[in-house]
Every structure is written in structure tokens, then in C-alpha cells.
Unconditional design. Structure first.
Ligand code: MD6
Ligand code: FE
Length: 204
């Protein structure tokens, strides 16, 4: 599929444990929040937190990026260095990532089909890293009615959405509970790395 790269087992178990430890320590200090749908206020089944200068949030007022946690008002924790390294290895743009959205799926949680379009630039790819239980990821095209395909993402896999696929519809259909023992208490954590603000693109 053009614009979609799936890098299986990009992180080995030792690297997954190290990264998970850093992310959970930061998030447990900052606190999880449960996003709500714009207007209806209906809660998501996924819990979220962010790392880095900007974080994605959603509530009755809409979707947006902001520098502080919606419940505590505190700045988001810094992005772990190894995530910035992952970005440098794979993103291929002369810009730093500004947001790592952390999604926590306990068994039964899902994420409906959506496009990541709240960023001010689409020139950088979005990278996502899966940790813990496997998940059924669904990806289509730029229009909601475009055909979709399902992929099982496992712990340590990285997905890169770029070019044509940067604005493709995608979501998480379900979590395959009990397929990994990485996460204490079970479930899946995904880390999505984004560039939010425009940057100077290098000229060839
Ligand atoms: C998830 N991922 O893996 C949800 N968005 O839990 C996303 O919504 C996503 O995997 C943009 C790019 C890649 C992704
Ligand atoms: Fe997304």
C-alpha cells in the first residue's frame, strides 16, 4: 500500500521494556485523561496522555493541540530521547517531533475510523509504535468510503503513514487480549509521533 510502511519487530523485547518503563513512569506522574467526543461529550474507550511540547486533546469544545494537560493544567512531560531517535531514523524530515500521543487500550477498547488532520502541517509522516497486546488496525484511503484493509499490529511493530497515506482513514477495531505479557494488567499502548507546526523544508 503506497505511503504505508509496517516495520515488524522494529524494537526487540529489551528495547520495548526499556521504552515502556520510561513512558509509564512519565504518564503515571502526569496522569491519564479520558478524551470526550466534540459536541456530544461521549467518552472514548481509550485513555490518553501526551509527551513533548504539544499534546492532542478532545472534549466538548473540539479536537486540538495544547501545551498542557487538560485536567491538571501542567505541561506535558518531555518526550523520551529514544522516541526522538526513532523519529530521526524513520521520519525523513528536517524537523523534530512535537507530540507523542500515548493511547492505552484495555481489552475491549477501540478507536473508530478517523484521519489525523488537526496538525498545522501534513508535510511530516506520522509514526506509531505498538506495545503490549496485538491489535487489529484498519486502514483505508483519503475518503471515508474508500476500501479498507486490516493488519494485525504486534508489540514492537512500527507503522509509518506518509505521502498519500498521511491523511488516510484508519482506526483500531479491537485488541487481541492476552497476546502479550509486556503491559502490567494487560492491554495495549500505542505511541504516535507527530509534527504539529510547519517547518522549513529543505530544498533539493
Ligand atoms: C493506534 N493509531 O495505533 C492508533 N494515527 O492505537 C493511530 O490512530 C494512528 O497508528 C496516525 C498514524 C498512525 C497511527
Ligand atoms: Fe490516528
Amino acid at each position: 500500500m503506497e505511503g504505508l510502511r509496517v516495520l515488524r519487530g522494529y524494537l526487540d523485547r529489551t528495547e520495548q521494556e526499556a521504552l515502556l518503563g520510561e513512558v509509564l513512569a512519565a504518564v503515571e506522574e502526569a496522569g491519564w485523561f479520558r478524551p470526550r467526543m466534540p459536541r456530544s461529550g461521549r467518552p472514548f474507550s481509550v485513555l490518553m496522555c501526551n509527551l513533548g511540547p504539544l499534546g492532542w486533546v478532545s472534549d466538548e469544545r473540539g479536537y486540538r493541540y495544547q501545551p498542557h494537560h487538560p485536567e491538571t493544567g501542567r505541561p506535558w512531560p518531555p518526550m523520551p530521547a529514544r522516541l526522538r531517535v526513532l523519529w530521526r531514523e524513520l521520519a525523513g524530515v528536517p524537523a523534530e517531533p512535537e507530540c507523542c500521543l500515548v493511547n492505552l487500550y484495555r481489552p475491549g477498547a477501540r478507536l473508530g475510523l478517523h484521519r489525523d488532520e488537526d496538525e498545522e502541517t501534513f508535510a511530516a509522516p506520522i509514526l506509531s509504535l505498538s506495545l503490549g497486546d496485538a491489535a487489529v488496525f484498519r486502514i483505508g484511503g483519503r475518503r471515508r468510503r474508500d476500501p479498507t484493509r486490516r493488519l494485525v499490529l504486534e508489540s514492537g511493530d512500527v507503522v509509518v503513514m506518509e505521502g498519500e497515506r498521511r491523511l488516510a482513514y484508519h482506526g483500531i477495531d479491537r485488541i487481541l487480549a492476552g497476546t502479550s505479557d509486556l503491559l502490567p494488567g494487560g492491554g495495549r499502548l500505542s505511541l504516535t509521533l507527530r509534527r504539529v507546526r510547519p517547518f522549513a523544508e529543505r530544498r533539493g
